[in-house]
Design a protein. Structure first.
Length: 371
């Protein structure tokens, strides 16, 4: 069963795309993404400032990933040759581009359209290097977006930083320029850490921080964007599984982008995620994406609209796992303790209903009840 989605006038065979990154840095990588079933592949960012790749440029710890690569190392002419090698099948190719001026952006946009791009993702920021300065110095993003939109006859999407995603003004400028979608979020600025024995950083420069740890930030951004713009949202940031895809769709995303998951698990994660997503949809009797898109938004409320409630933690069944103690350690008012029989007891007079013990219980034996 197919689960198509419409994005910027393009029909995508499923809602799963691959984000701009080293996995799509040449024809071979793009082809792998296509062969694994991605509905659309976004190229590594193409610019007029191609440069040598630094090494090392990827740093990882558990599911945390740091990337110190700004844009493609290939020149524009090399990209034209790469495009001729790709068998697109039923996938769309979206070119990520970056330029320092509106005229550069317009030039690059026309070139990638001529190369055969189905759409453009305009990269306007990065957590490192010149694009980070670019965003802070732009007084009128409208000119940059308009230069791209006005130069081509294919749709344009803009990749947003977290900061830009939170700005209604910024989003209105993009709408007025004719941008047809936004993708969010770009990587966050981060460092892998400091070796306290040597007093040196574990990375030679700041990196783009991605992976599962930024997933909550990206979820909140997707939901917030629906308050600030009418533009379709393509979500990225910590999409490591089909569950994450479903979360973003239920918060209103039109499509999602896989990124770090490919570096951690290989190209096969694309087809695995698609298969798992479609299997879940079938098992829950959803026949199309529209039936789940935005379903979670009505349950999300403004803080000021939440009515305070008198809740208290309560055990759902007897717990005598005295070797655990997570709930006891989590309770600042000391409302949770073990009695003489070794069973968990909750003092209703001391419990203030914060919910931390319920959230942290590894055995899911606690709940919140009205006091």
């Amino acid at each position: 069963m197919a689960y198509e989605t419409e994005l910027m006038g393009l029909t995508l065979k499923n809602p799963i795309m691959t984000a701009s990154g080293p996995w799509a840095g040449n024809a071979a990588g793009i082809q792998r993404c296509i062969d694994e079933g991605a509905a659309a592949v976004i190229t590594e960012t193409i610019s007029l400032e191609a440069r040598e790749r630094i090494s090392p440029r990827l740093f990882a710890e558990e599911n945390k990933l740091f990337n110190t690569m700004l844009y493609s190392y290939m020149h524009l002419e090399e990209w034209e040759d790469e495009f001729r090698k790709i068998d697109r099948k039923d996938a769309k190719i979206i070119c990520s581009i970056w330029g320092a001026t509106p005229s550069e952006i317009a030039y690059l946009a026309r070139k990638v359209e001529h190369m055969g791009a189905d759409a453009i993702e305009l990269s306007i920021s990065a957590p490192i290097g010149s694009r980070n300065r670019f965003l802070s110095q732009v007084s009128d993003i409208y000119e940059y977006a308009l230069a791209c939109v006005g130069a081509v006859n294919i749709p344009v999407m803009v990749k947003l930083s977290y900061e830009a995603s939170c700005s209604p003004w910024f989003l209105r400028e993009l709408e007025q320029a004719g941008v047809q979608a936004v993708s969010a979020i770009d990587a966050l600025k981060g460092l892998a850490g400091v070796d306290i024995e040597t007093g040196k950083t574990r990375m030679p420069t700041y990196g783009g921080y991605t992976g599962s740890h930024i997933h909550p930030v990206s979820l909140a951004t997707t939901a917030t964007l629906h308050q600030h713009t009418r533009l379709p949202v393509v979500s990225s940031g910590g999409v490591m599984s089909h569950e994450a895809v479903l979360e973003f769709m239920m918060l209103g995303a039109t499509a999602v982008q896989l990124a770090s998951a490919i570096l951690f698990s290989g190209y096969e994660v694309i087809s695995d995620t698609i298969d798992s997503f479609e299997r879940w949809m079938q098992e829950h009797y959803f026949t199309d994406i529209a039936t789940i898109r935005g379903n979670a938004l009505p349950s999300l409320h403004a803080y000021e609209d939440i009515v305070p409630g008198d809740l208290c933690a309560a055990p759902m069944e007897k717990c005598q796992r005295i070797d655990c103690k997570i709930c006891v350690q989590s309770c600042l008012p000391h409302a949770v303790y073990y009695d003489d029989t070794g069973s968990i007891v909750i003092d209703e007079l001391l419990c203030d209903g914060c919910g931390l013990c319920v959230a942290r219980c590894p055995y899911r034996l606690l709940t919140l009840e009205w006091n």
